[in-house]
Design a protein around this ligand. Structure first.
Ligand code: PLP
Length: 589
């Protein structure tokens, strides 16, 4: 017998925690079985611990057609979860399914308490499958997705109209080459800090996500949940809190490994952030494998975090630091790569996306070329991971480091991804509790990765919330976030380039991400940033930790704006008004 959501809510409300878990099992018992013919490989939901098959039946070929989800599993708890999904989704149209806030149902039922992180990932896999089938249906009938609006290529005015109002979001647009972008209003509502009123009575126009992104409510809630409900140290106690925290901590590792498409969770090391991750690689791997006479290849566009550690390593080991030349528009000059990538190159350390020029580097091609000379490729993903879909297996990178706080997650936590063999050959540089296999008076030995690199107490709460952040990004859709940011970048570049006396650094939109750095003749970037701030537009000024690049460009400082999923065309309008205000104020002097 299939129950309605309200019936399920009523039952849950009357039960204590233990009985609620039993009730999930009971729900599973009551779920009708899926016929054998439907238990095919094609209908399997991937990412679940147990076997799950899921199909949808649609009662028509138009946008009003209603969906029925039919699914089954070899696990009864999962069958219970399926019963909830069926109650939530059945009878809805594809568009309603895509708009539906399924997480609010999970929160109301407090599913966190009843299922393990692995099961939660499986549940997410089922939800993703349903959303995918709903999207496919809309794609087939040519209807737009509700969270998606259509861009009229190159028409700034129509783009602004489309993305400024939620009510436009579901209206079909006649865009022959349209791309899907986000419903920013929906997204912004999830970021409390962006909804708060400033003293001026306006909301903040936050254009500094390249430094640190804001956090959605679900990330803030997760940190709070851990602190309030089951905080304990990780990998220490087996009491109730200890067990729960371990599940959550390792669940976050699994979520992050999925996000990167890493081979396994053991390729994911929690670190305090990109800087420490890159230093761990330069010291732990570099000191062991880079010898006198070897070469380390990097570029002048690197953040100091991916420049200084290699510079130090080169000095320590008697190696040579070499730079890939740049083209005049601030891209890596791939035609000149062979002049610097040689048989002596041991490491190629390169940023996925420049935090100053916005340049997106061709990582896959760089890896292929580096492989040919046997070099190890280290990618600084601080800027690229939050904005560009990534697949560490397809890209074949050896190491990748990034920070949680640029990925809508907390500060104090980051990730070092390494191929298994690279992590194995890398030495730890921090020693202490948890990372050891055996400690004797004469010598000690280490655990396998990732524990080998996680000495001492980890940023546990932050790591768990980073898992939540990556799930948020996946739910929102990294590809959509990327497309949306590209659109904003294109609009902002076009408008900025019309400002008299401006120099915008870096390549065209086809070769960059959502970072735009510029200078306006006669105005110091610090003064400009202060004037923008007066208009509640938050932008960054300075050398952005890229002093070699600034020297190369012949400037000491610049102003930088950077976009994230929550920025809108209204923010660009506010920026342009604020620049006009600044020009009037500062040019008068
Ligand atoms: N690399 C790049 C490209 C960055 O933009 C940043 C931060 O701005 C870093 C590395 C350093 O990141 P963190 O300060 O989180 O260690």
């Amino acid at each position: 017998m299939r129950l309605t959501l309200e019936e399920i809510f009523d039952e849950f409300a009357d039960l204590d925690r233990q009985d609620q878990s039993l009730y999930l099992l009971e729900l599973g018992d009551g779920l009708p079985e899926l016929e054998d013919a439907a238990r095919t490989e094609q209908n399997k939901v991937h990412g679940c611990q147990s076997q799950v098959w899921l199909i949808t039946q649609v009662d028509g070929g138009n946008e009003y057609a209603r969906f029925t989800i039919v699914a089954d599993s070899d696990s009864n708890i999962v069958r219970g979860l399926i019963a909830i999904l069926e109650a939530a989704y059945n009878g809805k149209t594809a568009r309603e399914i895509l708009e539906y806030d399924i997480d609010s149902i999970f929160r109301r039922l407090n599913l966190q308490q009843h299922i393990t992180p692995q099961r939660r990932n499986g549940l997410r896999g089922m939800v993703d499958q349903v959303l995918k089938l709903a999207r496919m249906h809309l794609g087939k009938i040519g209807g737009p997705e509700p969270n998606v609006v259509r861009q009229v290529a190159g028409d700034a005015r129509s783009v602004r109209e489309l993305s400024s109002g939620g009510s436009h979001a579901s209206e079909p647009q006649s865009a022959p080459n349209g791309i899907g972008i986000l419903n920013v209003d929906n997204i912004r509502r999830q970021f409390p800090v962006l909804c708060r009123m400033l003293r001026s009575g306006s909301r903040p126009i936050f254009l500094d996500s390249g430094a640190s992104a804001q956090k959605p409510q679900c990330v803030i809630d997760k940190e709070r949940e851990v602190e309030e409900q089951y905080f304990a140290n990780a990998h220490r106690g087996t009491y109730q809190f200890g067990q729960r925290i371990d599940e959550e901590f390792e669940g976050a590792r699994t979520a992050i490994s999925r996000f990167l498409n890493a081979p396994s969770a053991s390729n994911i090391v929690f670190t305090p952030g990109t800087t420490i991750g890159l230093n761990m690689i330069a010291s732990g791997w570099g000191r062991k494998h880079v010898q006198a006479g070897d070469e380390i290849l990097t570029s002048i566009m690197e953040h100091h975090a991916n420049f200084v550690p290699w510079q130090q390593l080169a000095k320590d080991r008697g190696a040579t630091l070499k730079l890939i030349p740049l083209t005049s528009d601030g891209r890596l000059d791939m035609d000149q790569l062979d002049s610097v990538l040689t048989k002596r190159t041991r490491v190629l350390a390169i940023t996925g996306m420049s935090n100053m020029l916005g340049t997106v580097n061709p990582i896959r091609e760089l890896v292929q070329r580096a492989r040919a000379v046997g070099a190890c490729v280290v990618v600084d993903g601080a800027q690229s991971v939050p904005h560009l879909p990534l697949d560490v297996i397809a890209d074949d990178v050896d190491f990748l480091a990034f920070s949680g706080h640029k990925l809508y997650g907390p500060t104090g936590v980051g990730i070092l991804y390494g191929k298994s063999e690279r992590l194995e050959e890398m030495d730890p540089i921090i020693f202490g509790g948890h990372m050891i296999s055996e400690v004797r008076i004469a010598a000690s030995s280490w655990s396998a990765a990732p524990a080998k690199f996680e000495a001492g107490t980890m940023p546990i709460v932050q790591a768990i919330a980073l898992g939540t952040a990556t799930e948020w990004v996946q739910r929102t859709g990294l590809e959509s976030i990327h497309q949306h940011e590209q659109l904003l970048t294109k609009l902002a570049m076009a408008q900025l380039q019309a400002v008299p006396g401006i120099t915008v650094y870096g390549p065209d939109v086809a070769h960059r991400g959502g970072i735009i750095t510029f200078r306006i003749d006669g105005i110091h970037p610090e003064d400009l940033a202060a004037m923008l701030d007066q208009q509640d537009v938050f932008a960054r000024h300075g050398h952005h930790c890229t002093m070699p690049l600034h020297s190369y460009l012949g400037v000491s400082a610049t102003t930088r704006i950077s976009f994230a999923a929550y920025n809108s065309t209204d923010d660009i309008a506010a920026l342009m008004n604020a620049i006009e205000f600044a020009l009037k104020k500062l040019m008068r002097r």
